[in-house]
Design a protein around this ligand. Structure first.
Ligand SMILES: O=C(O)c1cc(=O)[nH]c(=O)n1[C@@H]1O[C@H](COP(=O)(O)O)[C@@H](O)[C@H]1O
Length: 270
């Protein structure tokens, strides 16, 4: 099934626009998990089992695995989701971007080595660096448009003629880069005004919206600015706010409670 169909089916089945980010930091795990041979995999399994009926996607963040040499646990985490919760798509967040021949390798890594259903990429280098991902028609390619971080505006809100740079990206994504109908955009929840402008440019395109929870994005403003005409079109991510809701032996129950709370807050404004 194509990524966009998968994510929409999961949104409807679980009545949820929530994506849980799997951003492991072993020092934040409860001691009994830290002591295990594969702590990241075990931690992720608990989080996944506790939240799989509450989400429309999972998003492992690649640097959190690469930094501690845990690529095998990233692969096993994705395998675990595929084996146990095949209806929930996996977004590999690695924000790739390089010349075409190198991008080919990044696409092979994400989609074939890890079996991810979608990847985040950086569009800075242009169409020939995006195409190696979008040519995997069943997969989702999620392009950074207006990111959630404090420094984003200094670049992404530069004026290009009458438009902001992020608006140029949004327009190109819709009109030039989406020939396989499998492109999405990253738009941070910390910027509801920008989210509204990008929605106006892109029609019903789907966005990955990180920045709620730890980064302080406003749920009501995010949902009201981001929804498409179907009352969907946003995959709302929270990582730390859910997976580190508690760091004692009840961490999985706490993660579940935090996921329910955010899912319900989002649904309240749909
Ligand atoms: O592409 C992303 O996922 C992303 C884009 C963006 O603009 N801002 C952003 O925070 N992210 C990622 O989303 C996650 C947010 O984590 P929390 O702030 O803990 O919810 C991290 O994995 C970030 O790398």
């Amino acid at each position: 099934m194509r990524f966009l169909d998968q994510v929409q089916a999961a949104m409807r089945k679980n009545n949820s626009l929530l994506c849980v980010g799997l951003d492991p930091l072993p020092e934040k795990f409860p001691p009994h998990i830290q002591a295990l041979e594969q702590p990241i995999l075990e931690f992720n399994r608990f989080i996944i089992d506790a939240t799989a009926d509450l989400v429309c996607a999972y998003k492992p963040q690649a640097a959190h695995y690469h930094a501690c040499g845990a690529e095998d646990q990233l692969a096993q985490t994705i395998e675990y989701i595929k084996d146990n919760y095949p209806d929930i798509p996996v977004i590999l967040d690695s924000k790739r971007g390089d010349i075409g021949s190198t991008a080919d390798q990044y696409a092979t890594e994400a989609f074939e080595r890890y079996g991810a259903d979608a990847i985040t990429i950086n569009p800075y280098m242009g169409i020939d660096t995006i195409e190696p991902f979008t040519r995997y028609e069943e997969k989702g390619t999620i392009v950074l448009c207006r990111t959630s971080n404090p420094g984003a505006a200094a670049i992404q809100n530069l004026k290009v003629g009458d438009d902001f740079l992020y608006e140029v990206i949004a327009r190109k994504a819709k009109e030039e880069w989406n020939s396989h109908n499998n492109l999405l955009l990253v738009v941070g929840a910390t910027n509801p005004e920008e989210l509204k402008r990008i929605r106006a440019i892109t029609g019903d395109m789907t966005f990955l919206v990180p920045g709620l929870g730890a980064q302080g994005g406003d749920v009501e403003a995010t949902v009201k600015s981001g929804l498409n005409s179907q009352g969907e079109g946003i995959i709302v991510n929270s990582s730390r706010g859910i997976i580190y809701a508690a760091s004692d032996e009840n961490f999985a129950e706490a993660a579940r409670a935090a996921a329910i709370e955010l899912r319900d807050q989002v649904n309240q404004y749909r």
